[in-house]
Design a protein around this ligand. Sequence first.
Ligand code: SER
Length: 650
Amino acid sequence: MPPLSVDQIRQAYLDFFQEQGHAVIPSASLIPENDPTTLFTGSGMQPMLPYLLGEQHPLGKRIADSQKSFRSVDIEEVGDNRHTTFFEMLGNWSLGEYFKAEQIPWMFAFLTERLKLDPQRLYVTVFRGKDAIPRDDESAQVWKEQFARVGIDAKAIDEAEMHGMKDGRIFYYNEKKNWWSRAGEPAKMPVGEPGGPDSEMFWDFGAERGLHEISAWKDQPCHVNCDCGRFLEIGNNVFMEYIKTHSGFEQLKQRNVDFGGGLERMAAAVNDDPDVFMIDVFTPLRTELERLSGKTYGKNPEETRAFRVILDHLRAATFLIADGAPPSNKDQGYFTRRLVRRAIFFADRLALQTSDLCSFSADLIIKTYAKAYPDLVAKKETILSALSAEELQFRNTLIKGEKELKEYLSAKDTMDGAKVFYFYETYGFPRELTEEVALKLGKQVTDPSSFDTAKEKHQEGSRTGGLGKFKGGLADHSAETTKLHTATHLLNAALHRVLGQHIAQKGSNITAERLRFDFNHAEKMTPEQIAETEKLVNEAIAADLPVSFHLTTVDGAKDEGAIGVFDERYGEQVKVYVIGDGGAKVAGSGKMGDGPVFSKEICGGPHIARTGMIGNFKIQKEESSSAGVRRIKAIVSGGPAEIEVAKEVK
Ligand code: SER
C-alpha cells in the first residue's frame, strides 16, 4: 500500500475531529481580514483569535480545519529538507470546553490509529514550569497513559537531567520551547496577550537513517528539540489558559485548546522520509523539473536546493495569487514578486529549458490541489496570466540588471554588502547569487553586514517593513479598534445608500488609529458623495443606535438582507450584526423587530454595544486601491475610553 497522500491525511484529520463533535470549517484566506497586525495568515489559530479570547463562534465550541498558511520570514530558509513558506496547518480548537484529558488521547489515537504512525517512534514534550505557572504534570500523565495502552512504558525526563535521550519518551522543557503565544515566551508577551504551556509531538526518523545533507546527530547526544534532523515536530497542542497582565498572569476567562500541526510534516512522517519535498503534492512538478533540466533531484546538494526553492516558491505564489495577492511592489504582492523572482533565479541555476516556468508550474500545482482547493481551478486563468506576465517582465529586468552588475564589477575590485542590497532591492537579485557572480569574476565581497544595515534602513522607510510579524498587543480587541470596527459597518451601510447597492467589501484593515475599507466602485467619489457618506455615519452615531448580533444560517442571513462577505469559511451558522432599533428579534417569534435598521452585516465581531460610543467619524482619504476598487481611510475621535461590547439577541 502506498503511504497516505496529503489529501487523504487532511481528510482523515477532518473526519476524525468531526467524529469528536467538531464543526469543520474551510480555510480562511492567506490575506487576513480585519487583522492589522500581520500581512499574512501564518497559522491556523490566527483567524481564530477573537474566539479564543471569548467571542462566540457561530459554529460552537469545537472547531477543526486545515488552514492555508504563509510565513514570509522563511523565504530565505527554504532549501533544506523541511522549511516551506506555504503550508497547511491542521487545527482543532476547544473554545473554552474540552482540555488536556480529551485533546491528548485524541491526538494519540489520530496519529497511531488513523495515520498508523508507529507509537515507538513518537516522542512528546511538555512544559517544565516557570514562576507561578506550574509544571505540566497533567499532560505528562495523560501521555503516559496513552503510551501504556500500546504497551510502551513512557519515561519522563526533565531538561535539567537531559543528556541525549536517556530512554525518555516524554520530555519537560522550559518556556522557550514549551510555551506558546504569538509573541513567544512569557517574558516577551505584551499585556493582554493570551498564551499557555504547550505539548509538542515529534516523529523519529531513526538514529541510523542516513540523510544526505544532515548527519550531525550521529553519535551525538541527540534530543527531540535538537536541529540535527532526526526528529521532526509534527504538531503542537497549546493549552491556552493564561493572559498576560501588568503583574504576571491571570487565567483567561475560558480555557482553550489550540492545536496546530503541519500537514506536510505529518505527510513526511507518514512517508517516513525526512524530506518534505518528497511528499506526493510535490511529485508532479518535481518530476517535470527533473525532465526539463535533465538533472536528478537529491543528487547534488546545490541543485537539490534549487529544486526545493522552485517547488516551494511557485506553490506559495500560486496560492497567494488565488487569494488576491498578484505580484506587485507593495504589501502582500511584494512577497509574491520575490517568490517568483527567486524561483526564476534558481531555475536558471538548474538551466531549466523553459521561458514560461511559472505558469507551467502553477498549472501542475493547480491540478494537484484541484480537489482540496477548487477555487484554484476557478481562478486558474488569473493565476497563470499573472505569473506569465511577471516572468516575462522579470526576464527583461534580469537582462538589464545583469548588465548593470557586470558593468559595476568590471570597474571595481570589490563589492560591499550595501551594493549587493542595491541589486537585491532594484532587480530582486537574491543576495547569494549576486555574491556568487562577484566571486566568479574574481571580486571580493566586503563588509557583508552592510547588506543587513541597508535592508533595515530600507524597511523602515517602506510600507512592508516590519510587517509580516505580529507586533504584539491585541489591537483587534482594544476599545479603539472595536469602535472603528463598528464605524466600518456604518460606513459600509452608508456607502450602499450613497453609491448604490452594488457596493461590496473588498478588504478591511483596522488598527487602533484608523480604519481602512476597500470596496468595488468604478469612479472616484465626488466631494459631495464623501460629505454625504460622512454625514450619514455621524447621524447614525448621534442616534446612539443599539448594536446586537444573532445567529442564523447563511441562507437566513441572505433572506433578511444582510450584507458582508459571505465567506464560505463561516459554514452553516453565521453571526449577523445589526445596528438599529430593529436589531433585536421579537422574543420568541424568530422575526426581526420593526424599528429602523441602519446596518445588517455578517461578521465575526466584536462590536460596541451602542453607536454613540464611536464619537465623531471623519473620512480622511478616498483613493484608488486597484482597478475598480476604491479605498477609504477614516478615523474616529471623542468616544469614551471604556466600551461595552454588543451582545447576542436570541
Ligand atoms: N498556535 C500554535 C502554532 O501556531 C498551534 O496552532 O503553532
